[in-house]
Design a protein around this ligand. Structure first.
Ligand code: GDP
Ligand code: ADP
Length: 406
């Protein structure tokens, strides 16, 4: 630990009450943000089995235990931490596998602020760092019977290693061909309502008389497998997602005519007459909202199925070249073993104890913070890490050498 860090810790220990020993067992990193000190504890040599986050409020001199959202990283033998953009902590895990080293603990991002309001308590959220510019999740929206499911099935069949479906929860009964956990998580209303209150859902809405919702876990499951997430959600859900910190591409599928929509819905034969009438009434309202400014990035008419599918692939940039580029990002990264971090002018300096990061001869690396995108839940995308050869002139004088690590 450097001298500056030592004296910072001494200052901190004067600030916080007796009874919380910052230096005992495992690893603890205290980060000050305004009136709050975020203490992240971990380390497999202690008794803990997972990261622990405590907040010390300097104004009330009280410790707070926040609700922790998102999937937690597995516990490393140690970690380094630094505050980024005044809204998230960068947590670098020591001795981790290449794709599991860089994590973010969001403490004041738009997503966390929303959840604080919703849950009425302190909230923090884990988000895993993703190499390169991983593509944004795709929201497919449109009235019942327009062909959303058909188009999504085609995409999943043709590009199984590129896309993963976000399996929503719903209180509606399963159709004959639908499997629990594959098409939906079919749920009891009371259980789903409790999970929504507990902050487990990214968004939820009442649609056609049933409750539907996207759990944070549903999106994370897909992104954790390194795939691009597809969400089939209604207009209300699209509004919620667009208002959150999750950056998505939103696509509205339009029918060629109202008559054709009704024909398809009836031909599918999965709803009662009463349900069909309700879905058609809702379809009119949904179609009216497709022009809401900023809500949908693309409108697609599903007249001829193959033509519509071609246009969808064009929007999603599904030519060979682009897919290969993304696959390369996934395959190439290598990450630090032991390290410390510090931040300056939108750049984070990572000082590794070894030179094993990438193929670089240096042990100094720069993480460009200005490139970060997205956020909890799931992944923080756009990480760019460069090796630097010579730090003598300071960061501004340094030319990143080697190809970016990712
Ligand atoms: N907000 C929201 N809407 C959802 C979710 N899952 C499905 N939906 C929407 O609920 C509506 C009804 O879906 P479903 O019962 O499968 O009927 P279908 O659209 O006729 O196949 C559709 O508009 C879906 O896009 C979700 O997690 N959140
Ligand atoms: N372009 C199309 N032309 C004719 N029928 C279609 C087309 N797209 C989908 N369908 C059919 O319309 C019905 C409704 O499609 P589906 O994918 O279930 O819609 P959604 O998921 O939007 O409710 C299905 O029977 C499907 O085979």
């Amino acid at each position: 630990m450097g001298e500056a860090q030592e004296s910072f810790l001494d200052d901190l220990e004067r600030e916080i009450p007796v009874g919380f020993d910052l230096k005992s067992g495992g690893f603890q990193t205290p980060i000050v943000l305004g009136q709050k000190i975020y203490v992240v504890s971990g380390g497999t040599n202690g008794a803990a089995v997972s990261f622990d986050v405590q907040i010390f409020d300097k104004s009330t001199r009280k410790w707070l235990t926040p609700t922790v959202l998102g999937t937690q990283p597995t516990l490393p033998t140690g970690h380094s931490a630094v505050l980024l953009n005044k809204d998230r902590l960068l947590i670098l895990k020591r001795d981790s596998t290449p794709d599991d080293c860089i994590w973010f603990l969001e403490v004041d991002t738009p997503f966390v602020r929303e959840q604080k309001k919703l849950l009425g308590c302190e909230v923090v959220a884990w988000s895993k760092g993703v190499k390169g510019d991983a593509p944004k999740p795709v929201v497919i929206c449109g009235p019942s019977g327009v062909g959303k499911g058909t188009l999504i099935s085609k995409l999943m069949k043709d590009f199984p290693s590129t896309f993963g479906f976000s399996v929503s929860h719903t209180t509606r009964s399963p159709r004959e061909n639908e499997k629990d956990g594959v098409h939906y998580h079919f749920s009891e209303r009371s259980i789903m309502e409790k999970d929504i209150r507990d902050g487990k859902f990214l968004e939820s809405a009442n649609v056609h008389g049933n409750l539907y919702g996207t759990s944070i876990e549903a999106v994370e499951t897909v992104t954790d497998s390194g795939k691009r997430c597809i969400l089939d959600i209604d207009v209300q859900g699209t509004r919620s997602v667009k208002a959150s910190s999750l950056e998505v591409v939103s696509i509205f599928i339009c029918p060629p005519s109202f008559e054709e929509l009704e024909k398809r819905l009836r031909a599918r034969g999965t709803e009662t007459e009463e349900q069909i009438q309700k879905r058609l009434r809702n379809a009119r309202a949904e179609l009216e909202q497709r022009e809401t400014p900023g809500l949908f990035d693309h409108l697609l008419v599903n007249d001829d199925l193959e033509a519509c599918y071609m246009n969808l692939k064009k929007i999603l940039n599904l030519d060979r070249q682009n897919i290969d580029k993304y696959q390369q990002f996934i395959e190439n990264g290598e990450l630090p073993v032991g390290h410390s971090v510090s931040e300056t002018a939108h750049k984070v300096l990572i000082n590794c104890q070894t030179t094993e990061l990438g193929k670089a001869s240096s042990n100094l690396f720069v993480l460009d913070v200005s490139s970060l995108k997205g956020g909890a839940p799931g992944r923080t995308r756009g990480l760019k890490v460069y090796a630097i050869e010579n730090f003598a002139d300071g960061l501004n004088g340094v030319k990143p050498v080697q190809t970016p690590i990712y």
